[in-house]
Design a protein around this ligand. Structure first.
Ligand SMILES: [Zn+2]
Length: 261
């Protein structure tokens, strides 16, 4: 049998979202490809070797899928976001509603629906007032027990397309709809230093992806909503864009092949 060297043995830097338990971490040093060959070791008589590309374990693959979903969502936000002064950064938003103690261990469908209704109603009001273009939101519910009763802490983590404004301006608008004192802040570039003292920069867009991944991967109760201009993201396409395009990634590759502006 031909001896195949796995890409791990070729010593390139392994791909992201891989661990030592992954069947194949891949190598960035070589062009991604895979080879299928005959073998008596497998029941099907064939085996596939990944040369360069990773073959992820279940856990790593789940993380990678969340990352891909978050990347697609954030790319859409950036795509529809104006580039004018004051619109440089997306905003990270947290909105909470304090609920009364409930005898139910998990919130009822009605309670969740009520919360969402309350939230969307308030959001629609401040959206006009503050000129918020749209965003992507994740609903999160954290339940704690209190003397045999349950407290369902329902809240929203959102990433919004919103222009720069003074804190007082958005605070006043949030207060009016009962969104309270929760935070809105711009997601900017950050820097970090490694053990050797070398300074690296994480771009604003990557930080957005990190935030969204965190909330998307939490639990099954978290659900994502896209609203406003982001829902109409395809209307921002170039008029010649083919209709089969379904993702930002496909759109970007179509554009780069076309050499379009
Ligand atoms: Zn793994």
């Amino acid at each position: 049998m031909t001896e195949f060297m796995t890409s791990f043995e070729l010593h390139g830097k392994p791909y992201g979202f891989t661990c030592i338990d992954c069947p194949e971490r891949g190598s960035r040093a070589i062009e991604g490809d895979w080879v299928s060959y005959d073998t008596t070791k497998s029941l099907t008589g064939r085996e596939t070797l990944y040369i360069g590309l990773p073959k992820r374990c279940k856990k790593c693959n789940a993380k990678y899928q969340v990352h891909k979903r978050a990347t697609e969502a954030i790319n859409r936000l950036y795509f529809v976001k104006p580039v004018n002064d004051g619109w440089e950064f997306l905003k990270f938003v947290t909105i909470t509603r304090e609920l009364e103690l409930s005898p139910n261990k998990t919130p009822s469908k009605e309670e969740v629906r009520d919360f969402k209704k309350w939230y969307v109603k308030g959001r629609d009001i401040i959206r006009t007032e503050l000129n918020i273009l749209g965003g992507t939101d994740v609903v999160e519910i954290v339940t704690t027990e209190k003397q045999g009763l349950f407290h369902h802490h329902m809240h929203i983590h959102g990433i919004w397309i919103m222009p720069y404004m003074k804190v007082d301006t958005w605070r006043k608008a949030m207060d009016k709809v009962g969104f309270g004192r929760d935070q809105i802040r711009a997601i900017k570039n950050t820097t970090w230093t490694n053990d050797e003292g070398k300074v690296y920069e994480t771009s604003a867009i990557r930080n957005c992806i990190k935030y969204l991944s965190k909330y998307l991967s939490k639990d099954s109760t978290s659900r994502r909503m896209m609203w406003g201009e982001v829902r109409r993201w395809k209307e921002h396409f170039h008029p010649d864009a083919p209709s089969h395009i379904k993702t930002m990634r496909q759109y970007d590759s179509w554009k780069s092949e076309l050499g379009a502006p």
